[in-house]
Design a protein around this ligand. Structure first.
Ligand SMILES: Cc1cc2nc3c(=O)[nH]c(=O)nc-3n(C[C@H](O)[C@H](O)[C@H](O)COP(=O)(O)OP(=O)(O)OC[C@H]3O[C@@H](n4cnc5c(N)ncnc54)[C@H](O)[C@@H]3O)c2cc1C
Length: 390
């Protein structure tokens, strides 16, 4: 077999892959290759859909705060280096009934880590955010460092910068197999094979196809996106309408301001089962699902037309407790980053930086709980992910 050689090869040029390539390309003297099954920024990855919520007041508690704060610096760096707008710091507003557990956790996090924020009473919410229908007993938390990220622009920018720094990127080239050997990792693609000193596996929802070890650990959750037209679009522009998380009874909505000037994103997920392979994931909402989402959205936003003007359905690989996998194999030659569990876009720059540090054998601050053996212990205790909130 004729093998092309490189120092570091990244499989998947999506969210984690693009950030890893950007960081690796900054290491002097390192030959870096990226291989992507689709084109440069495509419509199939877990990053697709115009915006992603960025928040430091994470409901999941303090585990992520340092990763997110580091990522905030790196998002700014990516904007500076690329000259593109990626991160709109318009705030992220959580609205829920007073005492709602996720809100309480987020409040605890902002206080513990001194994250800039404001709390809002029912009356303050009604006065300052008339776009939301506020129920008696609702309270708010405005995370002032939160906002909206532009995922497609972010991935494109990181890839462009990696390439400008000398990384070689290959598109429309599916990887069909990997094999760790003593002299490196062999990566077989539809267009020839590579021998790399180190490989970063960043293939998202497709990871189980290349790494059977992940097969029991990861499950695919379906996530749908919907955009609605409000009567007064001027009220939903980023300057007036922060990204949001909304809990009302059993309903959880999340979304972003209007970036296109006529519609804003407001999404909730129907009860979809979890899947094992991307090929089985539905590609659209059903008519009934869209009608139901529209009815719920109309109850939560003022002057909203209940018919979505855009909709799409996506997937993301989840671990049982939603902590990611960040692992370096015993030989040190295979770095795996997977299972971003529906909330990992915001901290993907930190994951990319860790990937580069692990490849280069540098010190890093990776949480030891993210290592594969630890993740497998959680799997043994809890069983695989079976579904749940955004
Ligand atoms: C609808 C939706 C909404 C979300 N909302 C938020 C949010 O508001 N905030 C937040 O922080 N996170 C959010 N997330 C989560 C976040 O977007 C994902 O966790 C993240 O994008 C996953 O990144 P990834 O690198 O693992 O996968 P991807 O970005 O999908 O990248 C994987 C890449 O690998 C490529 N690939 C796979 N297999 C191969 C192969 N064999 N050969 C070559 N290339 C291959 C794929 O084509 C793809 O480009 C959301 C996710 C979804 C789906």
């Amino acid at each position: 077999m004729d093998l092309q050689k490189t120092d570091a090869l990244v499989i998947g040029a999506g969210t984690v892959g693009s950030m890893a390539l950007w960081q690796l390309s900054k290491r002097e003297g390192l030959d870096v290759v990226g291989i992507e099954q689709y084109g440069r920024v495509h419509a199939h990855g877990s990053y697709v859909g115009e915006s992603r919520v960025f928040r430091t007041a994470v409901h999941e508690g303090g585990t992520y705060v340092r990763m997110i704060q580091r990522s905030r610096d790196l998002w700014r760096e990516l904007e500076k280096e690329s000259g593109r707008d990626i991160y709109s710091e318009v705030g992220c507003l959580s609205i829920a009934p007073e005492g709602f557990p996720d809100l309480e956790t987020a409040l605890g996090t902002v206080r513990e880590y001194d994250i800039p924020h404001r709390t809002l009473s029912t009356e303050e919410l009604r006065k300052e955010f008339p776009q939301h229908t506020i129920f008696d007993g609702d309270v708010g938390l405005l995370d002032e460092h939160g906002g909206g990220l532009r995922p497609e622009v972010a991935v494109m920018s990181a890839l462009d910068l990696a390439e400008a720094n000398g990384a070689r990127l290959f598109f429309n080239t599916p990887v069909i197999g990997i094999e760790e050997r003593s002299d490196g990792v062999v990566v077989r693609t539809t267009q020839g094979s590579w021998l790399a000193d180190t490989v970063v596996l960043a293939s998202g929802s497709w990871s189980t196809r290349l790494s059977p070890e992940l097969d029991d650990l990861l499950r695919l959750q379906v996530l749908g996106l919907t955009w609605f037209m409000p009567k007064e679009p001027g009220l939903f522009v980023p300057e007036k309408f922060p990204a949001f998380l909304r809990d009302a009874g059993p309903v959880h909505f999340f979304g972003a301001p209007s970036f296109d000037g006529y519609a804003f994103k407001a999404c909730t997920n129907p009860e979809w089962p979890v899947f094992r392979d991307v090929a089985d994931v539905p590609t659209h909402h059903t008519r009934e699902e869209l009608i139901k989402i529209g009815q719920r959205a109309a109850e939560l936003f003022e002057g909203l037309n209940p018919e979505p003007v855009r909709e799409s359905v996506h997937h993301c690989a989840y671990t049982p407790d939603r902590l990611p996998v960040v692992d370096r194999s015993a030989s040190g030659r295979l770095v795996t980053i997977a299972g971003l569990s529906g909330h990992g876009f915001k901290f993907s720059p930190q994951l990319g930086e860790w990937a580069a540090q692990l490849v280069a054998g540098e010190e890093s601050t990776v949480d030891p709980r993210f290592a594969l053996p630890e993740r497998m212990k959680v799997l043994a205790e809890r069983g695989p992910y079976t579904g749940g909130g955004h």
